[in-house]
Design a protein around this ligand. Structure first.
Ligand code: BF8
Ligand code: SF4
Length: 622
């Protein structure tokens, strides 16, 4: 597709990245401060020029402050998404929303029990109303010593104690974001240790926001179960009205899927014999793929390319990771970019405001724009690549436990624990995070996963990592035979066959969108509880080898806070301060068990993560 854009003289993210070279050394190392109007102030990294900003802030303060602000922004993003879902649930409980309902009553009861919401003999609407209120309390509680409900009812007891002792358990998501902004204002917190502690606390608020967003989405839309799907640009169809949904929040995309079938005849009448073809991009794509098997067109970095096929009638976007370039690219083709959130508009896009109260009506209106646009296609410009990869997806924690239960119904986690103990599974790695134009798209994911699977490490993935593995053929039974070491292959084959998949489980288990990193936390928590240890004792590691967004900084930080060795393949803007670098690596390891490993080379990174797994195994006497 880059050949197509190049021939048409259209600049994509890769061209814009090239045009940005060389990128600023002060910014890259975190030594540029723009926090007040006396700046920007820059610290000379080599010690020859200025060492203090106008206010007197030194390199450590400047680096720490900006890092905390990144974490706060990431937390705000996930938590707004979570608030949106919690409010929708509240309104379903108040009978105000008619296009939404509880789709997983079992999950509702499980979650309610965990959060102390009574269920016995109560109407479903009362249960969800109270559950939503308890959840919204995590945005409202003013008692600093009373931690948020979701996190405090989820993590293993030893981890909660450690975080509580260190004063890191968040009490209120919004307050944590506000406090992060306030303490990093000019002339406030200047001590790097204290700033990083604040960063850890806000990042744990991000985890709380992710947990509630994921679990309440499952209540409303169903908990994912293994399902077959397809990925890559070949999922677009020449004979259909192609509609991509891009962004994050399932409140919109679920309804789009629901009403698409109703408009089938209208699409056929418009000249598209195959009706409407909904495809996903980025995390909205992951949400739909996990729950319904909807095909995934692509992940973050190549989100402009579906437009260049000349066969995309509309791209519907909501929030986060949506490139502002989309309308400019779309203007070279017939594609309409439709924004739907009043806080996320893009110049050049068509804005159709989404409201939950009129969800189906608005979804129909949006799809009719796409249907109407079909006639503007230029058949001569249609160029859909023949790339299409099958993928088995839908491995929520419940999905994984259900697959394991086919081996041991009475004690589903036992087969996993036994195989970790025997060494058939050496450990587990969670691949999370983004794509980043600094890295050949998906390359680090595929290189690292193949290297670790060969060494019998089970791989789970979320967000754009999942997209990379789905496109890259790592979510099939065949991939298990091709890439896994003997021990892991044996386990995945036994479980896959017992679960009736007709072959091994794939070597990479798709756990969902970025927000669904909380599913991985649920899985490691279950393992830690089963073994009676803390998360920091488990042979489990995390990696964001192509990290890009502020959300990824928040996720990486809570991953460290819950005790996981956490790899970053892109260098965060901290290397200008040895103090801050030391805090998030060595000091974190000593205090929390988790720590950052920064390593751009994917082969070396895989070795480091494997070593970290071995260190943990040795600690457990394995
Ligand atoms: O939330 S993985 S590039 S799309 S930030 Fe964005 Fe990163 Fe993708 Fe999803 Ni997550
Ligand atoms: Fe410069 Fe201090 Fe203002 Fe930052 S806060 S821009 S270092 S004067």
């Amino acid at each position: 597709m880059l050949g197509v854009t190049k021939a048409a003289g259209i600049a994509t993210a890769w061209d814009r990245y090239k045009a940005q070279q060389p990128q600023c050394g002060f910014g890259s190392t975190g030594l540029c401060c723009r926090i007040c109007l006396q700046g920007p102030c820059r610290i000379d990294p080599f010690g020859n020029g200025p060492q203090y900003g106008v206010c007197g802030a030194d390199r450590d303060t400047i680096v720490a402050r900006h890092l905390v602000r990144m974490m706060a922004a990431g937390t705000a993003a996930h938590s707004e998404h979570g608030r949106h879902i919690a409010l929708a649930l509240l309104h379903v409980g108040e009978h105000k929303l008619h296009d939404y309902a509880v789709h997983d009553d079992e999950k509702l009861h499980a979650v309610a029990a965990r959060l102390g919401v009574a269920t016995e003999g109560r109407e479903q609407s009362d249960i969800i109303h109270e559950l939503a209120e308890v959840t919204l309390g995590d945005y409202q509680n003013q008692d600093y010593d009373k931690p948020c409900h979701w996190i405090s009812s989820s993590l293993p007891a030893p981890r909660l104690k450690k975080l509580s002792d260190l004063g890191l358990l968040p009490h209120n998501i919004d307050a944590m974001v506000a406090q992060s902004m306030s303490r990093t204002h000019m002339g406030c917190d200047a001590e790097p240790e204290n700033l990083i502690l604040g960063g850890l606390r806000v990042a744990l608020a991000d985890l709380n926001g992710e947990m509630l967003a994921t679990e309440l989405s499952d209540v409303l839309f169903g908990t994912p179960k293994p399902v077959a799907s397809v990925a890559n640009l070949g999922v677009l169809k020449r004979n259909a009205v192609n509609v991509a949904v891009n962004g994050h929040n399932p409140l919109l995309s679920e309804i789009i899927c629901n009403v698409a079938a109703d408009l089938h005849d209208e699409a056929v009448a418009a000249g598209a014999p195959e009706g409407i073809n909904i495809v996903g991009v980025c995390c909205t794509g992951n949400e739909l793929m996990m729950r319904h098997g909807v095909p995934l067109a692509t992940n973050y970095l190549s989100q402009e390319l579906p437009i260049a096929t000349g066969a995309l009638e509309a791209m519907i976007v909501d929030v986060q990771c949506v490139m502002p370039s989309l309308p400019r690219i779309a203007a070279c083709f017939h594609t309409k970019i439709i924004t739907t959130d009043n806080q996320n508009k893009i110049t050049g896009a068509t804005h159709i405001e989404f409201e939950e109260e009129r969800a189906s009506e608005i979804a129909r209106q949006i799809l009719r724009v796409a249907i109407d646009n079909f006639k503007r296609r230029d058949p001569k410009r249609i160029d859909i690549p023949d790339e299409k990869q099958e993928a088995i997806v839908g491995f929520s924690t419940e999905g994984i436990v259900a697959a394991l239960a086919t081996v041991d119904a009475a004690d589903p986690l036992k087969p996993m624990v036994d195989n970790i103990v025997s060494g058939a599974i050496q450990g587990v790695v969670l691949f999370a995070g983004c794509n980043n134009a600094k890295i050949q798209q998906d390359h680090n994911y595929l290189t690292m996963a193949k290297s670790l699977a060969k060494r019998n490490v089970l791989v789970v993935a979320t967000g754009c990592a999942s997209g990379a593995f789905a496109k890259g053929g790592m979510m099939t039974s065949a991939a298990t035979d091709q890439y896994c070491g003997e021990g892991l292959r044996g386990v995945l084959t036994a479980i896959g066959e017992a679960a009736g998949l007709g072959g091994p489980l794939p070597p990479v288990l798709h756990m969902g969108a970025c927000v669904d990193n909380s599913r991985a936390v649920a899985l490691v928590t279950a393992l830690a509880n089963k073994l009676g240890v803390d998360i920091s004792d488990l042979p489990v590691v995390a990696s964001a080898p192509e990290a890009m967004s502020e959300k990824a900084m928040a996720i990486g930080t809570w991953s460290v806070a819950i005790g996981l060795p956490t790899h970053l393949g892109t260098v965060p803007p901290v290397v200008g301060s040895d103090v801050v670098t030391g805090l998030i690596t060595d000091a974190a390891k000593a205090q929390l068990g988790g720590y950052f490993i920064v390593e751009p080379d994917p082969e070396k990174a895989a070795d480091s993560l494997f070593d970290a797994i071995q260190e943990r195994r040795a600690g457990l006497g394995l």
